[in-house]
Design a protein around this ligand. Structure first.
Ligand code: MG
Length: 231
């Protein structure tokens, strides 16, 4: 039976998942590797809730694509319905933080860019949004920074810190909530650092994330492991 996608928090609580917002080019070095600059306003795309994939899942590349990329990202889960949230109040609408993989059909995305067409297929295909368990926001007195990375078959491919984001979490929530009504269970993939690359059938992707703050880093480490289906 199909079940609705949901987030599982490290304290055992669960939350039905809603819209997945993705942010493009939010790390300068990645914007450069994609051949562009960081946009002044956040670049936003959307994945449907059914794109979400829990830890241990299988990423399935659709047969019409021949270039599946990993993009590791910090994910923010929204904890209440809200609109027009000022950046100074953003923390109050956050339910928690996780690590995710914005799986991207790079060839399809490239063709869409060339054609001036939307990215929904390249970014929102089934299994395109693996997300770890979620650290409750209540563990932190402020919006924390995280170190995060992803390995493919035990070899590190991307490693960075949210300190390097161009538009930080508070400003992303402020921006998104002026355009959209954010709802409890929505999440934001906050952008990927440099080092994106291809994965193929049978590859195992392991992402991890921990707070930058020393005293929290050891106890609040998250991991996410998914495998790419053989085609
Ligand atoms: Mg991304």
């Amino acid at each position: 039976m199909m079940t609705r996608p949901y987030f599982t928090f490290t304290d055992g609580s669960m939350l039905e998942a809603g819209t997945v917002y993705g942010i493009g080019k939010n790390y300068a070095a990645h914007a450069r590797e994609m051949g562009g600059d960081v946009p002044e306003a956040p670049m936003v795309f959307i994945k449907p809730p059914a794109a979400l994939l829990p830890d241990g899942g299988i990423v399935v590349r659709p047969a019409f694509s021949h270039n599946l990329h990993h993009e590791v990202e910090m994910v923010v889960v929204i904890g209440e319905d809200c609109a027009d949230v000022p950046a100074c109040d953003a923390q109050s609408v956050i339910a928690g933080y996780g690590v995710g993989l914005d799986m991207t059909l790079r060839d399809v995305q490239h063709a869409a860019k060339q054609a001036g067409a939307p990215w929904a297929v390249a970014k929102g295909f089934r299994t395109s949004a693996p997300v770890s368990r979620i650290l409750p926001a209540s563990l932190f007195t402020h919006i924390p920074d995280f170190e995060f990375e992803v390995s493919v078959n035990n070899s590190v491919r991307q490693k960075s810190t949210t300190v390097l984001m161009e538009h930080n979490v508070a400003s992303l929530i402020a921006y998104l909530s002026t355009v959209f009504t954010l709802r409890k269970g929505d999440c934001i993939f906050t952008g990927t650092p440099e080092g994106v690359g291809e994965v193929i059938g049978g590859d195992v992707l392991t992402a991890s994330m921990k707070p930058c703050e020393e005293t929290l880093a050891g106890v609040h480490m998250l991991t996410l492991s998914v495998r790419v289906a053989a085609l």
